[in-house]
Design a binder for this molecule. Structure first.
Ligand code: HEM
Length: 479
């Protein structure tokens, strides 16, 4: 009876239309923290004519990730950005119920059987890359660039299959880059502008479509040949009504998966290695555990195959990835659009239709309230972590990562609820296997002039500010 609905408080701005765009764009995390102190966990700011309501801390995370789909949707927020890149008929270009079915189809390509097959491929790809490009005994390299290439190679080979992987050097990598150039905040803000990158990406998309169509057609001609990869899994998948995923949509889904995993996993692997370079004691600990599990001292250029169980049991590396994601989550703004006014539980706030809501789980995952010395990278803080890893019954937990899926957890680098990431287990497998291979062969040191890079907030995925220089040193083989 005391209920007096009102909008969340509005951040004061001085330039009409533009609003707080500049202050937010330069350092979104500083911006959110500053206004959290003034307004609390829900507040709205103006950005280029759009009203964006920031929803943070446990209440904000829970609200954005579990809000009713009838009031608030991801597809209305993301489709203009993702459609030119992914193409039609997949992810945010279909009704939500269909996306849920498509996510189920993807899970078939992320089974334990598949993961077992992916490990030796990942080791082989990383070896091939460093044999070709890291040829000195020691040298400073652009780590982000090297890791990005390793992620493309390993993801393409395991998800898209050997045929497409073998053609990566024939220009497919350039097509990916062209698509990628559409994935910027500019394209979110100026969706109505005929930006040249849209035309380029349409063309790149058409070319990729025809390459995928050929590979799919070849595979359909030889149905007896079984491939353990995402492509085979999607080619065999069906909607509940019995309809298969069309070949075109198989291709679009593969592009979507590659794009979803590329910068996120590349940034995470790069930050993990940079932090390992700055913390040799953690490297020692990781190697001790690895040697114990594989039963020999590993050192030098020959990297033995490891089993799925071994990779799963690399706990130090698990903590390394988890801690890296806590302080350097690559996705710091997850968006939805309000299509019907929505009340924020336990407040008097109602957010009007047309507003965007933003979750930013990194605000809680770096809050001193939840983590001591919250900005420090301390993987051992996850030793004996008791987080309930099985909160989301729809997810299969293969024992990788940290499946904390309750939206009331302060640490949600993979989101929560209906749009939660399906790639977490794959990302952990891929990143841990890359780290295993590199730590066996090399020592790493931060470049003395560059040190630990700052974050670059100019892209949709937060990356380390380049050039990300890091020094590798080849480890002598132990006898
Ligand atoms: C969604 C993070 C890797 C596929 C998401 C979301 C987050 C996230 C936060 C939720 C988006 C939202 O709620 O708006 C990450 C991070 C990764 C990673 C930090 C690596 C360290 C991957 C990989 C794949 C993938 C490797 C594919 C194999 C997806 C898909 C969605 C998604 C398809 C969309 C789900 C939906 O909207 O329902 N990811 N991701 N991700 N992720 Fe990932």
């Amino acid at each position: 009876l005391n209920y007096n609905p009102s909008e969340p408080p509005f951040v004061t701005y001085y330039v009409p239309f533009i609003g707080s765009m500049i202050e937010f764009g330069i350092h979104p995390i500083k911006f959110i923290r500053k206004y959290q102190k003034i307004h609390g966990n829900f507040f709205t700011f103006l950005m280029f004519g759009r009203r964006m309501t920031v929803c943070i801390d446990l209440d904000g995370n829970d609200f954005v990730f579990n809000v009713k789909h009838s009031n608030v949707t991801a597809e209305d927020a993301y489709n203009s950005l993702t459609k030119p890149v992914f193409g039609e008929g997949v992810v945010y270009d279909v009704p939500n119920s269909m996306l849920m079915e498509q996510k189920r189809m993807v899970k078939a390509g992320l089974s334990i059987e598949n993961f077992r097959a992916y490990i030796p491929i990942i080791i082989m790809e990383v070896n091939q890359y460093v044999d070709k490009y890291w040829t000195k005994d020691e040298e400073s390299i652009d780590l982000l660039q090297s890791i990005s290439e390793m992620i493309i190679m390993t993801a393409s080979h395991t998800l898209l299959g050997p045929e497409i992987r073998s053609r990566l050097y024939e220009g497919i990598a350039d097509l990916y880059h062209t698509l990628d150039s559409c994935f910027t905040p500019i394209h979110f803000l100026f969706e109505w502008l005929p930006l040249p990158s849209y035309y380029a990406s349409e063309k790149a998309h058409a070319e990729l479509d025809s390459i995928f169509a050929n590979v799919i057609a070849e595979r359909r001609k030889n149905p007896g040949d079984k491939h353990i990869d995402m492509l085979d899994a999607l080619m065999a998948s069906k909607y509940k009504n019995g309809e298969p995923l069309s070949d075109k949509h198989v291709g679009n889904m593969l592009i979507a998966l590659l794009m979803a995993g590329q910068h996120t996993s590349a940034a995470t692997t790069t930050w993990a290695l940079l932090n390992l370079a700055a913390n040799p004691d953690v490297v020692d600990e990781a190697r001790k555990e690895i040697n114990r599990l594989v039963g020999q001292e590993l050192k030098g250029d020959s990297v033995p195959e490891v089993s799925y169980e071994d990779v799963k049991d690399f706990n130090v590396l698990n903590n390394v990835v988890r801690e890296t994601l806590r302080i350097r989550s690559p996705l710091i703004q997850l968006m939805r659009k309000v299509v019907k006014p929505v009340a924020v539980p336990n407040t008097n706030y109602v957010i009007p239709a047309g507003y965007y809501i933003i979750a930013s789980p990194i605000i809680s995952s770096t809050d001193e309230k939840y983590y001591k010395n919250a900005e420090d990278w301390v993987p051992s803080r996850w030793n004996n972590d008791e987080t309930d890893d099985s909160a989301d019954k729809n997810m299969t937990d293969y024992g990788f990562g940290a499946m904390s899926t309750s939206a009331r957890s302060p640490n949600l680098p993979f989101g929560a609820g209906r749009h939660r990431c399906i790639g977490e287990q794959f990302a952990y497998l891929q990143i841990k296997t890359i780290l295993y291979t590199l730590l066996t062969r090399f020592e790493f040191e931060l470049d003395p002039k560059r040190g630990m890079p700052e974050r670059n907030y100019q892209s949709m995925v937060v990356l380390p500010e380049g050039p990300v220089l890091c020094r590798y040193k080849r480890r002598a083989t132990s006898n």
